[in-house]
Design a protein around this ligand. Structure first.
Ligand SMILES: Cc1ncc(COP(=O)(O)O)c(C=O)c1O
Length: 347
């Protein structure tokens, strides 16, 4: 089961890098990334555009790194030009740059391909959080020459929470050989060695590995390109429906996430009221904003096992909820707009 799962993950990431499955949540895989590559005193640049990208900075600091942040306002993407300029003006080299591919707290997709190139030219390791992008959008690790990429089971891999995934490339192994930090549970040398015997160094989450084997099989049947195209269709139809309803989207089209969409509530309604009505009336759970965005946006997740019907049902329920709350949301326009888009694009 493990062998098939690991091979499947490598297929999805188009990589020859080592892929390892950890019994942990996504943050555990993030911790494995840092604790195998970063020594105390190493300079790390963290690209921060929300809660999860800030987590990298906190994690690297916890392991003694000297962390610098390149921060953009929430709802915006970090651009490769900003990264390049920051790296060029730095007098001493950075050992690593942390990047969050899909910033789930805002709904922004960062251009990891271009950013990765800037990081490589600087000579630093690229350490990428792909928790909510892996399996939802393309992430060809070898083509984009990324060194460390992490993900988790409970997002586009369509499983319950409990597995972390880490891809570790040649430059990352080289960094590990010189790394002065030692984690016992997350020591990737142990995972690599055990994998040669199709096992793990510690008791694995067996049921989830069985699940991963099954979800990889489903993904192979659907096909990578079809999965990524479906996520784009979900994004486009949802955004089109939300706009038709008169709602304002938090993120511009050019960096909108294929797996989660953030929406500003109408001026006359609170996020709490919208979320509560959707949950109580229609059993649909949408997320609040996090930290500084709490109460300012709500977020609809559309990653993994999500299809046309889910988008239409969510839009229809949101329209009904807003109408019930006394907001004029041009009822029926959203579903019409989304349905028009869904029926005009191929599956
Ligand atoms: C982008 C991103 N990174 C990291 C995490 C943390 O993953 P976990 O909650 O599995 O530890 C999440 C969780 O939502 C996430 O969306």
């Amino acid at each position: 089961m493990l062998r098939e799962s690991v091979d499947g993950l490598k297929w999805l990431a188009e990589t020859q890098s080592d892929a390892m499955v950890l019994t942990s949540s996504g943050t555990g895989a993030m911790e494995a990334a840092i604790s195998n590559t970063i020594s105390p005193g190493d300079r790390v640049l963290s690209l921060v555009c929300g809660v999860f990208s800030e987590r990298w900075a906190k994690l690297a600091s916890a392991f003694g790194a000297e962390v610098e942040r390149l921060k953009v306002e929430p709802g915006k993407a970090v651009t490769a030009e900003q990264v390049r300029a920051h790296l060029e003006k730095s007098t001493t080299k950075f050992h690593a740059v942390t990047i969050t591919h899909n910033e789930t707290s805002t709904g922004v997709l960062n251009d990891v391909q271009q950013i990765g190139q800037a990081v490589r030219q600087h000579g630093a390791l690229s350490i990428v959080d792909a928790v909510t992008s892996f399996g939802a959008t393309e992430l060809p690790i070898d083509k984009w020459q990324l060194d460390v990429v992490v993900s988790g089971s409970q997002k586009a891999l369509m499983l319950p929470p409990g597995l972390g995934v880490i891809f570790f490339g040649p430059k990352a192994w080289e960094a590990k050989s010189k790394c002065k930090t030692h984690s016992f549970y997350f020591d990737l040398n142990k995972y690599k060695k055990s994998l040669q015997e199709d096992t793990t160094p510690f008791t694995p989450n067996v049921s989830l590995i069985a699940g991963l084997q099954a979800s990889i099989k489903m993904m192979k049947e659907e096909g990578k390109e079809a999965i990524f195209a479906r996520h784009l269709r979900m994004r486009e139809s949802l955004r089109s429906g939300l706009r038709a309803m008169g709602l304002e989207l938090f993120v511009n089209d050019d960096c909108a996430s294929p797996s989660i969409t953030s929406i500003l509530p109408p001026a006359d309604l609170s996020v709490d009221k919208i979320r509560k009505t959707l949950k109580d009336r229609y059993r649909i759970i949408v997320a609040d904003g996090q930290e500084e965005l709490k109460g300012k946006i709500f977020r609809i997740g559309h990653m993994g096992y999500v299809f046309d019907r889910d988008i239409l049902m969510t839009l229809a329920s949101l329209e009904a909820a807003l109408t019930e709350l006394g907001h004029d949301c041009r009822a029926n326009e959203a579903v019409k707009a989304a349905a028009a888009l869904l029926s005009s694009t191929s599956r």
